[in-house]
Design a binder for this molecule. Sequence first.
Ligand code: SF4
Length: 73
Amino acid sequence: MGLFDRKELNRLLHRHFRPLAAQNIHDMKWKKFFYRKLCEQDGLLVCRSPNCDVCADKAHCFGPETGNRLTWR
Ligand code: SF4
């Protein structure tokens, strides 16, 4: 999407998808959050654990997002 950083993505999601974005109360990484919501909606559970607090993958779903942003040429 060419956004500069996570803050810009946060602003975009809260501006245009506020009810959905407001559900990310623990600041989960957005892609993980969307997958989690889809799983909840369809009754599927692809996570290793039903509870994030005891999940071995928690570090992958929460915390800072680092890396280079994609640029379009
Ligand atoms: S922390 Fe674990 S349970 Fe929570 S969304 Fe990530 S993979 Fe699923």
